[in-house]
Design a binder for this molecule. Structure first.
Ligand SMILES: Nc1ncnc2c1ncn2[C@@H]1O[C@H](COP(=O)(O)OP(=O)(O)O)[C@@H](O)[C@H]1O
Ligand SMILES: [Mg+2]
Length: 76
Protein backbone atom coordinates (compact mmCIF):
# COMPACT_ATOMS: atom_id res chain seq x y z
CA UNK A 1 0.00 0.00 0.00
CA UNK A 2 1.38 3.46 -0.81
CA UNK A 3 2.64 5.59 2.09
CA UNK A 4 0.38 8.45 0.99
CA UNK A 5 -2.12 9.40 -1.73
CA UNK A 6 0.25 12.21 -2.64
CA UNK A 7 3.40 11.37 -4.55
CA UNK A 8 4.85 14.82 -3.86
CA UNK A 9 4.16 17.06 -0.85
CA UNK A 10 5.72 20.49 -0.61
CA UNK A 11 5.01 21.71 2.90
CA UNK A 12 5.46 25.39 3.76
CA UNK A 13 8.75 25.64 1.90
CA UNK A 14 11.04 28.65 1.86
CA UNK A 15 14.14 28.74 -0.27
CA UNK A 16 16.88 31.34 -0.72
CA UNK A 17 20.02 31.40 -2.83
CA UNK A 18 22.36 32.95 -0.26
CA UNK A 19 20.28 35.82 1.09
CA UNK A 20 18.02 36.17 -1.92
CA UNK A 21 14.66 34.63 -1.08
CA UNK A 22 13.09 32.86 -4.05
CA UNK A 23 10.27 30.78 -2.54
CA UNK A 24 8.22 31.67 0.52
CA UNK A 25 5.57 29.50 2.16
CA UNK A 26 5.02 27.24 -0.84
CA UNK A 27 2.51 24.44 -0.39
CA UNK A 28 1.83 21.93 -3.16
CA UNK A 29 0.45 18.41 -3.16
CA UNK A 30 0.70 16.30 -6.28
CA UNK A 31 -1.51 13.26 -6.16
CA UNK A 32 -0.26 9.94 -7.38
CA UNK A 33 -0.95 9.46 -11.08
CA UNK A 34 -1.76 13.12 -11.78
CA UNK A 35 -0.01 15.22 -14.37
CA UNK A 36 0.59 18.72 -13.00
CA UNK A 37 1.96 21.78 -14.75
CA UNK A 38 3.89 24.41 -12.84
CA UNK A 39 3.41 27.75 -14.56
CA UNK A 40 4.78 31.20 -13.92
CA UNK A 41 6.87 34.05 -15.25
CA UNK A 42 10.52 33.56 -16.08
CA UNK A 43 12.56 33.70 -12.88
CA UNK A 44 9.65 33.08 -10.50
CA UNK A 45 11.18 29.84 -9.19
CA UNK A 46 9.78 26.94 -11.21
CA UNK A 47 13.13 25.26 -11.82
CA UNK A 48 14.13 25.91 -8.20
CA UNK A 49 10.97 24.14 -7.05
CA UNK A 50 11.72 21.15 -9.27
CA UNK A 51 15.26 21.01 -7.89
CA UNK A 52 13.86 20.98 -4.36
CA UNK A 53 11.51 18.11 -5.27
CA UNK A 54 14.39 16.23 -6.90
CA UNK A 55 16.67 16.74 -3.90
CA UNK A 56 19.31 18.81 -5.72
CA UNK A 57 18.51 21.69 -3.33
CA UNK A 58 17.32 21.73 0.27
CA UNK A 59 14.66 24.07 1.63
CA UNK A 60 15.74 26.76 4.07
CA UNK A 61 12.45 26.12 5.85
CA UNK A 62 9.69 23.53 5.50
CA UNK A 63 9.82 20.05 4.03
CA UNK A 64 9.54 18.28 0.69
CA UNK A 65 8.33 14.70 0.74
CA UNK A 66 8.32 12.26 -2.15
CA UNK A 67 6.43 9.02 -1.64
CA UNK A 68 6.11 9.97 2.04
CA UNK A 69 9.85 10.36 2.57
CA UNK A 70 11.54 13.62 3.46
CA UNK A 71 13.81 14.37 0.49
CA UNK A 72 16.36 16.24 2.63
CA UNK A 73 16.86 13.09 4.74
CA UNK A 74 17.48 10.72 1.83
CA UNK A 75 20.97 9.63 0.87
CA UNK A 76 22.22 10.40 -2.64
N1 LIG B 1 22.20 29.01 -8.75
C1 LIG B 1 21.60 30.20 -8.54
N2 LIG B 1 22.16 31.14 -7.75
C2 LIG B 1 21.55 32.31 -7.51
N3 LIG B 1 20.35 32.65 -8.01
C3 LIG B 1 19.74 31.76 -8.81
C4 LIG B 1 20.31 30.50 -9.11
N4 LIG B 1 19.47 29.81 -9.94
C5 LIG B 1 18.42 30.63 -10.13
N5 LIG B 1 18.57 31.80 -9.47
C6 LIG B 1 17.60 32.92 -9.41
O1 LIG B 1 16.44 32.42 -8.74
C7 LIG B 1 15.26 32.91 -9.35
C8 LIG B 1 14.38 31.75 -9.77
O2 LIG B 1 15.05 31.04 -10.82
P1 LIG B 1 14.42 29.75 -11.51
O3 LIG B 1 13.96 28.80 -10.45
O4 LIG B 1 15.43 29.26 -12.48
O5 LIG B 1 13.15 30.40 -12.24
P2 LIG B 1 12.23 29.80 -13.42
O6 LIG B 1 12.60 28.37 -13.65
O7 LIG B 1 10.82 29.99 -12.91
O8 LIG B 1 12.50 30.69 -14.60
C9 LIG B 1 15.71 33.81 -10.50
O9 LIG B 1 15.70 35.13 -10.04
C10 LIG B 1 17.12 33.33 -10.79
O10 LIG B 1 17.90 34.39 -11.28
MG1 LIG C 1 13.24 27.34 -15.34
Amino acid sequence: MPATDNLVEVDNVNFAYDRRQILKGVNLDIRRGRVVAIMGLSGCGKTTLLRLIGGALRPTRGEVRVDGQSVAELSH
